[in-house]
Design a protein around this ligand. Structure first.
Ligand code: ADP
Ligand code: ZN
Length: 656
């Protein structure tokens, strides 16, 4: 494809300390990071990307959600503006979020603006005037705006005056129909390259798969751009997959135990289910809101704003919710229904923990999910070839759910990355162990389900032989367990030779075996008129003969997350950022949060745009008495120190 691959390998997005130490030696842009954003060091490949783009190179940046993509174009934009090279145009499809993105830059003292359909014509004209006068460093606009003739004429004028510095194309996967969010308007963005060949472009996305990546390069004509790929590992996210029993109760228990009063997203498959779960959570005193494409646009926007602006809101949503949501302190992402594939799962779970603090990705899954997903594929109008690809993707997700080994290793393998455990470098041994997923923390007992699998399969076979047609999972399990239900008796299935042969297995065990058999394709579920029946496949034979062992995880009750030591379980838990604060510091922290809420309201911005929780916690811990004490706290840049320093000191010292 003629891509130059930048030799940075796979960086951990949260930079190991030794990399941070190198930064001051290498980057001329570190002063901007410190002064404007108040951060100490670049993360992962940020520095290489920023240096490259600021110097006028084109780049394609692949970084997981929360990896820190924004700075990769914001710092070059600031550097180039300071060098007299003019404005940066940021193309983004996320109109609903532009206001807050621009607000965050204002708070940091950067001149930014947006142009989109939510503005009045006066506001838009005002922005255009400032744009033409070169007063703006970053201008955010949607692709349809950027490619319209009137706007291009304005860019022409800037270009003629040498004031067009850089194009940043965010969410670049939208250009590809292989990505999960194709937007045809993105295709028109090639005009930027054709019309302004001398203006550098940086395209950014969190979508990892190779097909989408190649499509972005081709569609946006980025063949000569430098490619920067980060590790897709999200070390602060703990993956847990539990067996679904009573999903709502399990979810409620999970939230009450692990994340009381904390922000989270609960993904459900259907709109109806979204509404039911939201109501259930509200009835239990949880601040939950529904979000799905069936709600009108105004309500969706209100719910999104509430989620972003208020603390501890749980959004119960379909996959219609989430892209571009940059709230840093989403403490959990729960899946009550299984997504379609690992890409979807990873994208959705990736919305948790952007601030790098401990976060849970929790999923409940059961036999019905497997059956439903298979059915959706079977019944879809797509061609057989497409269905085959979808089945393959579903199988990979099932294998992840049934896995008895490290989930992270499997996830990263799926994206073509081999996981390096933190101890690798030290002892040179490969350990497929992340220490932060359910299987690593609590290795599941494994049992040999081969015998149970054979009994189930031969029951399916014999039922069909006896009755001339097929039956569902429940009936098959009843026969194996020797239960004389009405149906069993009526059908004469007591006389089947496997009747009662598996009386020692619990229903739960047999369900697990059934899931595995479906997952490995040794059992096919066929659905017609709402009834699902089981059928043998070519792959059944090997299992029946005992040639393919069936290994299963021992069913466990939903596990209390072993994180209990770090987080208090009481209802007033202050959240991940403040987990280690002493009593006095905690008082300061709580006061600071109350103060921040007021400021945020006044500025009509989400609280995290003013200060992240982690910044407030660091301030609280420092117990500052003068402005000097505040210097160097992460997230506290020059502008914020100037704007809020005195107030913060007053809050900390009990004067407010
Ligand atoms: P992405 O767009 O890749 O999902 P963001 O650009 O929103 O990620 O960054 C995620 C979070 O990490 C933000 O809250 C941002 O302020 C923070 N962040 C980014 N780079 C750094 C850094 N070098 N040091 C500290 N925090 C950072
Ligand atoms: Zn693990």
């Amino acid at each position: 494809m003629g891509l130059k691959r930048h030799n940075i390998g796979c960086f951990d997005p949260i930079a190991p300390p030794f990399l941070s130490l190198l930064s001051p030696l290498l980057s001329p842009h570190l002063p901007i990071l410190r002064e404007v954003f108040g951060y100490d060091a670049f993360r992962g490949p940020q520095q290489a990307i920023i240096d490259h783009v600021a110097a006028g190179g084109d780049a394609l940046v692949l970084m997981p959600t929360g990896g820190g993509k924004s700075l990769c174009y914001q710092i070059p934009a600031i550097a180039r503006q300071r060098a007299g090279q003019g404005i940066t145009v940021v193309v983004s499809p996320l109109i609903a979020l532009m206001h807050d993105q621009v607000g965050a830059l204002h708070e940091a003292g950067v001149s930014a603006a947006f142009l989109n359909s939510t503005q009045s014509s006066e506001e838009a004209s005002d922005t255009e005037r400032r744009l033409m006068r070169g007063e703006i460093t970053l201008l955010y606009a949607a692709p349809e705006r950027v490619t319209n003739g009137r706007f291009l004429a304005q860019l022409d004028s800037l270009q003629e005056r040498g004031m067009l510095s850089l194009f940043a194309i965010d969410e670049a996967h939208c250009v590809s129909q292989w990505g999960h969010d194709f937007r045809p308007e993105y295709r028109g963005l090639t005009v930027l390259h054709e019309r302004y060949p001398g203006v550098p472009r940086v395209a950014l996305t969190a979508t990892a798969d190779a097909l989408t990546r190649a499509d972005i390069v081709e569609r946006l004509q980025l063949e000569s751009a430098q490619l920067f790929i980060s590790s897709f590992d999200r070390p602060n996210i703990r993956y847990t997959i539990v067996e679904k029993k009573d999903a709502s109760t399990q979810l409620l228990r999970f939230i009450e135990r692990e994340h009381p009063e904390e922000a989270g997203v609960v993904y459900c498959q259907s709109r109806k289910r979204v509404e039911e779960i939201a109501v259930m959570l509200v009835e239990h005193g949880i601040h939950a809101l529904p979000y799905h494409a069936g709600l009108d646009a105004g309500m969706r926007q209100r719910h999104q704003n509430e989620f972003l602006r208020e603390e501890g809101v749980v959004m119960v949503a379909t996959i219609a919710f989430g892209m571009g949501i940059d709230k840093p302190d989403v403490r959990f992402v729960a899946h009550l229904d299984m997504p379609k594939n690992i890409e979807g799962y990873y994208q959705e779970t990736g919305r948790g923990g952007r601030d790098g603090l401990a976060t849970d990705a929790w999923m409940a899954y059961g036999l019905q999910d497997v059956v439903n997903q298979r059915r959706m594929i079977d019944e879809s109008p797509a061609g057989e070839e497409f269905k085959q690809v979808m089945r393959g993707k579903l199988d990979a997700l099932l294998a992840l759910a049934e896995a008895t080994d490290c989930r992270r290793v499997r996830l990263l393998n799926y994206f073509g990355e081999s996981y390096k455990s933190p101890t690798d470098e030290a002892n040179g041994i490969y350990m497929p162990f992340c220490g932060n997923c359910d299987n690593c923390l609590n290795p599941p007992e494994v049992w040999d389900g081969t015998d149970a699998a054979r009994k189930l399969l031969s029951t399916v076979y014999r039922c069909h032989q006896t009755s001339g047609h097929s039956f569902g999972a429940g009936h098959t399990m009843d026969i194996v367990r020797g239960k004389k239900t009405d149906k069993v008796v009526q059908r004469g299935h007591e006389s089947i030779s496997t009747f009662g042969l598996g009386a020692d297995y619990s229903e739960q065990q047999l369900r697990a075996v059934m899931r595995q058999l479906i997952a490995i394709g040794a059992l096919h579920v066929h659905t017609e008129d709402g009834f699902s029946t089981l059928h043998l496949t070519d792959a059944s034979r090997a299992v029946l003969k005992g040639e393919v062992p069936v290994q299963l995880r021992e069913s466990t009750q939903i596990q209390a997350s072993p994180r209990g030591d770090k987080r208090s379980r009481n209802r007033n838990t202050p959240g991940a950022a403040a987990a280690n604060l002493g009593q006095d510091a905690m008082v300061r922290y709580i006061n600071l949060k109350a103060w921040r809420a007021e400021v945020a309201k006044e500025h009509n911005l989400p609280a995290y745009v003013i200060f992240h929780d982690a910044t407030l916690a660091a301030i609280a811990e420092h117990a500052p008495h003068n402005l000097g004490d505040l210097q160097g706290i992460s997230g506290l840049g020059v502008k914020k120190l100037e704007a809020y320093g005195e107030q913060v000191l007053r809050v900390c010292n009990g004067a407010m």
